[in-house]
Each structure stands twice: as C-alpha cells, then as structure tokens.
Design a protein around this ligand. Sequence first.
Ligand code: NAP
Ligand code: MG
Length: 405
Amino acid sequence: MDKIKMNTPLVEMDGDEMTRILWKMIKDKLILPFVDLKAEYYDLGLINRNDTNDQVTVDAANRINELGVGVKCATITPNAARMVEYPQLKEMWKSPNGTIRSILDGTVFRAPIIIDCIKPVVKNWEAPITIARHAYGDVYKASEIRTEEAGTAYLTFKGASGKETTVEVAKMNCPGVLQGMHNKDTSITSFAHACFKYAIATKQDLWFSTKETISKKYDGRFKQIFEDLFETQYKQEFDKLGITYFYTLIDDAVARVIRSKGGYIWACKNYDGDVMSDMVSTAFGSLAMMTSVLVSPTGKFEYEAAHGTVTRHYYKYLKGEETSTNPVATIFAWSGAFKKRGELDNLPELVKYGECVEKATLCTLEEGIMTKDLVGLAEGISPISVNTEEFLTQIQTRLEKLLKN
Ligand code: NAP
Ligand code: MG
C-alpha cells in the first residue's frame, strides 16, 4: 500500500512524561506505517523549554500561525514541586498552553468522545456537551505579588493619551497576596465570534455564563459584547436554524447543565472552562476521552488531548511496571489535525485517513477492547483490559482493514 501523501507540514509539538511515551507509540503504530508524514518538530518537553528559555514554545505557536495546523502533546506546567523535581529549571516557566493560546488568541472547544457502552455518570445526559473555553487572559496572564508587610494596594492604568486611572484594591493590615489580570475587547469579541460561528456550524444551542452580578465591569463587559454581537450579527441565522443563544449566571448554568439532556455548546471564561471541561469529561466517562481544539479568529487550529501528562502512570512506567494509559484523546488530536490539514490542502485521502483512524479506535472500544480506566465504566459488554501497546496494536489491525476498502 502506498503511503498517504501530505502537502503542507503539521506543526508537531512533543511533550512530557507518559504522554510523550504515548506520542511515540501512536506515531510508530498508527501514523508512520500509513502516512508520508510531513511535520515540523518542536520539542516542548520541559527540559528543552528550559534549555531554550521557553523560546521553543513561542516559535511553535508562531509557526502554527503561518502553517495553519498544529498538534500538541501534553506538557508539564512547572509548579513548586516540579522545581524540586527538576533542579536545573532556570525559572518556573509559564504554561505552554497559555503561551500558545495567547499567541493564537484562540478559543478552545472541548467535546467528549462518546461510545455506546459507556453511559455518562449524569444519567439524563444524552448528547455531548461541548465546552468553549476562552483561551486568552484572566488569571492565566495575571501578574501577582506576594507582600511581606502591611500596606495599600492600588490598580493603575496609564492610558496612551496620558490619562491615568487609579483605584484602591485593598488596605492590607498584614502580609498577603495580590493579583492583577486583564482581558481585551478584541479578544472577547473573537471569542464571541468563534462561539456563535461554531454553534451555527454544528447547529447547536449556545450557552454563555459569567459572574457579572459580582464582577460588574469585568464580567459585565463579556456579557455585553456577546449580547451586542448576537443581536446585530447572529440572531437571524440562529432563528433560521432554530437554535438559541442563552445567557445565565455561572452558578445557575452549573445547576442547569446537570439537569440538562446535553447537546449544546457551553461558552465559559478561561478559568471556568478549565475547571468545567474536566468535570464534564469525567462525567461523560474519562478525562482521557476528551478532545480539545484551539481555534484562532483567523482560522488556525491546534489539536490536543484535554488531559495532562498522566504523571502517576509515568512513574510506574519508569519502574518498569505495565501501564494501561488511555491514548484515545491523543489519537484524536492527531486525527483531527490530519483531517483539518487534508481539508485545507484539498487532500481527500488525508481526510479519509483521519476518519479511518477515529473509526478504528471507536470500533476497538465498542468491541470491548479498552484500557483500564474505561473497563470499570463499560456496561452491557464484557470488556477486556489491555495495556497501551496492545490497545494500539488492535487499532492498527482495524485501521489497515479500513484503509484497504
Ligand atoms: P492528568 O495528567 O490529566 O492526570 C490526572 C489523572 O487522570 C491521572 O492520574 C489518571 O488517573 C487520569 N488520567 C488522565 N489522563 C489519562 C489517560 N490518558 N489514561 C488514563 N488515565 C488518565 O493531570 P495531573 O496529574 O493533574 O497533571 C499532570 C501534569 O500534566 C502536570 O504537570 C500538569 O502541569 C500537566 N497538565 C498538562 C496539560 C496540557 O498540556 N494540556 C493539561 C493538564 C495538566 P489515575 O492516576 O487514577 O489512573
Ligand atoms: Mg483543567
């Protein structure tokens, strides 16, 4: 069989720990035997980010802006414990995902991969809930201060015109912590456009929630921008398709989501989206069954798994113990990237390959061959628990058959 040809390269971003191991296994078993892979490789593993003073992350993100499609492995965001684990770290480097998101000014859409034999924990959920996470600013781009004494904190803005605005944040009678965060009208507007467009493209209702009763200026601005855009640019199209735009407070939204049937997009601010996507994916089955795509307002795409580097499994792997880490979300990151690349370059064979990879993966699961995390969740079948390597081999066998047809 001839290998499937590519035209424009993908921006490939390698990562850390267990997902770095999965990354190589997926390439070896499901990609390289079938595709004449064209990819520009960026090593976003923690060691190389440290060696390059994190320049590699910036370079990769800029390259996605040029080439259009990237695929990323999960990466470590260092915290205090990681500074001890990796003593060579020059700095507590920022989240690579945060860096990439702010360069692409994108919105992250996360949707669960659903299979018949795994029923959601929330029994009234019948259809996937897609979380649209605003991927710029707020706490992810905040500046923080730890104070060691009493004092007064102010928030100051110096306008380009020279006009200055200052508000008092707090009088502190003891040491404490401070945080200054921001967002931009342009970014909130891109976020809103991305959400309305995605709702139209997928013909799903759009929900949006903030805490604007408490955060009148900050969250209030988000609410206003969404409302204005909807009224002036999207209402007609929504009415025509019979879909709705629904705004409510974040706490009310959480309560309604639990009672809903699913089948809509829930637009969330950056932090809400971070937290809620983990809740939604876990309730649908497993963190390892959640896809994630970052879409920029200019139509650039970055695909990844929604989960992290699965540290606990990696330590077992290092000790030589067998691991049964679920590679499905990482497989779907690659397949999503190939499908999009094929669509943009007008390569139907590449699109078909991406679809076949997904079909082969879902068939394997529906036949009850799954990693350990899913076995306990499957109903109505007698699942067989396999290790990651065997799982990938099973997918490979099915993929070969599908591609021959
Ligand atoms: P995590 O890697 O998502 O793992 C949390 C737990 O979820 C795992 O211990 C495992 O549970 C389960 N799990 C997640 N993915 C799985 C998979 N593919 N197969 C089977 N089980 C899976 O989150 P974390 O432990 O909080 O974070 C670890 C590192 O990842 C951190 O350094 C963090 O900075 C980084 N991170 C990166 C990204 C990203 O790059 N997108 C996102 C989140 C976190 P059991 O242990 O019970 O089996
Ligand atoms: Mg999260």
